[in-house]
Design a protein. Sequence first.
Length: 341
Amino acid sequence: MPRSKRVTIADIARQAGVSPGAVSFALNGRPGVSEETRQRILAIADQHDWRPSSTARALVGARAGVIGFAVNRPARTLGSEAFFTDLIAGVQSALAGRRIGMQLAVVPSIDDEMDTYRRWRRANQVDGVLVLDPRIDDPRHELFSSLGLPAIMIGGEPSEDEGPATIWLDDTEAARTVFGFLFELGHRRIVYVSGPSEHEHVRLRGGVLQAMSPQGVAGEIIETDYSPAQVTAAVHALLDRGERPSAIVFDNDVMAIAGLRVAQQTGVRVPEQLSVASFDDSAVTSLVHPSITCLTRDTFGFGEQAAAFLLDQIEASGPLPDRTGPPPTLTVRESTGRVPS
């Protein structure tokens, strides 16, 4: 096929051995074709860098009336994290009033996440995207610029480059609140069990802990993939040490509950021998025994703010200034206490 000729749906249909209607279903994410056929069609479209024609877009309207949300997390853990359910509920609440839909994808890697944005943009399936987990030297920034895809980054610091606008959370101040509270209780051996180190919030929170070294704090960061299995293994290793940490802080509530369970199984008393805290809160953390000290924020409201920000960005003629998410508060419960003298 000559490179100068624009690839059409009919061309893709001939190469895939299917009808043009089946190609349309596959490219627009609609039911009606098997997953195997869908992937074959998408691969052919990717090969030719297919995009819908301006005429076709004009026929269906300039806007898709849908935003995209690609979440790079282990699928098994996603439904158990209250942060995501509350965030998505808030997003949906803001969209419902504007009659805007949301396309949600759970992806296993950053590469798959970026491929999802390319497919969405190529098929004109979304008008913009919400983006989680800002990264150091984030490759998604350049992608959004090249695609011309409106995006709002959730979390992290205010953007200083040409990347998308951010609805930011002050993770540095949040870490000072949590680690400072434990310091005041006398803790000097503090471990932060985090998610992947490429996530910006991990760097910010870990940086606060390491900066407490002049105050006599022996801080340590243990990286995991957020899964209870990795957290369980990490906490077992920590509690098997001759000199155990006196406090462990986890990135989210599910991780904290997994860590608390390990302590209970190994006979380590919480909070008498080990304090446990979390950077995320949920109803479950107040129901387990002992209940868990957490950083609490209005995640539902945060989701509403993020969705409204994205819709404003889609309507705007240029980049919008960053906005600030709801500030968190420390909810002190039974899982933290003073270091025994």
